[in-house]
Design a protein around this ligand. Structure first.
Ligand code: NI
Length: 221
């Protein structure tokens, strides 16, 4: 087996889908040309999809361990949000602590629509615009987050490979914001989006001298 083949075998044994593109993640610096890395990227992706077929594991199932881990980490941060700092913001143009906490609680609430509807318009023409929650207590926010996470998990577990391969659109007042395959929507609009606002909240906690929980590593490093 050549080293590209060997690396593919190693990556294909990982639990989660890995996208290797352009860079040299996990590879020695043996002077491999960029086109080899791109070839490797395609090999890895093909191996993973092939592996999914072999194990009859659905794509959505491969996302659930990451979903569970990220939602648990997000809850750890939400548990620290101080009610007396809900109106605090780092900059006049920034959103407040309370806004970010409410936003983190509402994001998983969109997953069912992401996976069961062709699109979601946050201000449908002729209809009532979506309204973000404006909860003022930590417990209410945690309760909403828990309900939304449970519903999201159920929707992800029920999604077929065909469901997640289909395009999904996000609109506002009839105007298209983006269209992506649902698998990419789960990745960006659910997971990356949550991690983004969670990181903002962590900085806000630190700036207010509130202990920040360890997430991917112990705090303070
Ligand atoms: Ni946002």
């Amino acid at each position: 087996m050549d080293d590209v083949g060997l690396t593919v075998a190693v990556y294909a044994d990982l639990r989660y889908p890995v996208l290797v593109s352009g860079g040299r993640q996990g590879l020695d610096d043996g002077g491999r040309a960029l086109e080899d890395d791109l070839k490797l990227s395609w090999c890895v992706q093909a191996a993973q999809f092939h592996r999914l077929e072999e194990t009859s594991m659905k794509y959505a199932e491969t996302v659930l361990p990451e979903f569970d881990a990220e939602m648990a980490l997000t809850r750890k941060v939400l548990e620290r949000v101080p009610e007396d700092k809900f109106d605090w913001r780092a900059h006049p143009k920034s959103n407040t602590v309370g806004w970010n906490a409410n936003h983190l609680a509402e994001i998983p609430g969109w997953v069912e629509a992401m996976l069961t509807l062709p699109s979601l318009d946050f201000a449908p023409p002729g209809g009532e615009p979506y309204r973000s929650p404006q909860l003022a207590t930590c417990q209410e926010i945690l309760d909403l987050f828990d309900r939304n996470v449970a519903a999201a998990r159920k929707a992800i577990a029920a999604a077929t490979d065909q469901d997640v391969a289909e395009q999904w659109s996000c609109l506002y007042a009839g105007e298209l914001l983006f269209t992506m395959p649902r698998a990419a929507v789960l990745r960006s609009f659910l997971l990356n989006h949550t991690i983004h606002h969670r990181a903002i909240l962590c900085v806000y906690l630190r700036l207010n001298d509130i202990p920040v929980p360890g997430l991917y590593e112990p705090v303070g490093r």
